[in-house]
Design a protein around this ligand. Structure first.
Ligand code: CA
Ligand code: CA
Ligand code: CA
Length: 250
């Protein structure tokens, strides 16, 4: 993805002129939806992609946000950032600034002609990674970039404050095979049985890696996934896809 340094520079210019304040009301927070990145290995993709959803909470209106990360990615690479389906998706003034030499990424959003970001809880952005090996280890840290580019929110009086960062610093990494519903490293009839038990018998466990139980990629686990797996295993049907079931994030 192309770096948007110009936007970032403008945001920093705006924020550097602001006074510091205390977080009004209860503490605002910035956090990951899930502290594990799931990378799906498929038959056709040797460089599986995984993502992290970044959320934020504010109990009063926010007029600017900057979220910097310093990352150490082990055997993964940083790929891109998406604001799709986030609370700030409609804002035209969003920024992603990569510094790949120094392993930094800076995210920002500023309502310019729009009203401030209303109180609420939900998505800010989705960070995408590419795994180069099953040994991928990832850490992200917001406590860097002195003296500028801190983790900042700005209140409606144009004063900066620092929300609480709810890490963790070290993220779990899980590499799974698409369609491996029972998570034993193989895709075979045992996964079909596992899914049937989960769907139709009381008390049987859900797939340990939820998206692995969604081989048809329909973002749910149902009978179609069972049929899809059977077709793949016994009839040469299409291979399982990564699936798109992830923990509920609020
Ligand atoms: Ca607050
Ligand atoms: Ca399996
Ligand atoms: Ca499905």
């Amino acid at each position: 993805m192309k770096s948007k340094l110009g936007f970032a520079a403008i945001i920093l210019l705006i924020l550097s002129g602001l006074a510091m304040a205390n977080d009004p009301g209860v503490r605002d927070t910035v956090y990951f939806c899930d502290n594990t990145i799931y990378f799906a290995v498929t038959q056709s993709d040797a460089t599986p992609a995984g993502f992290l959803r970044l959320n934020f909470y504010n109990d009063s209106a926010v007029s600017a946000i900057t979220i910097p990360f310093l990352y150490a990615l082990g055997f993964a690479t940083f790929d891109s950032v998406s604001f799709s389906q986030s609370r700030i998706e409609s804002l035209p003034f969003k920024t992603v600034n990569f510094d790949t030499l120094n392993n930094k990424v800076l995210l920002g959003a500023v309502p310019v002609e729009e009203p401030p970001i209303a109180p609420g809880r939900g998505g800010f952005a989705t960070l995408w990674f590419t795994a180069l090996s099953s040994l991928a280890g990832i850490s992200l840290d917001t406590t860097f970039f002195p003296p500028n580019n801190h983790l900042y929110f700005s209140n409606s009086s144009a004063e900066l404050y620092t929300p609480v960062w709810k890490g963790p610093t070290i993220l779990g990494v899980s590499v799974y095979k698409a369609g491996d519903a029972n998570n034993n490293g193989f895709v075979d009839l045992a996964d079909v049985v596992f899914l049937i038990n989960y769907l139709f018998k009381f008390g049987y466990p859900a797939p340990p890696v939820p998206p692995a139980g969604d081989p048809d990629g329909g973002c749910d686990i149902d009978l179609e996934d069972v049929i899809y797996l059977v077709n793949y295993i016994l009839k040469g049907g299409p291979a399982p896809v990564p699936g798109c079931i992830f923990p509920v994030c609020i």
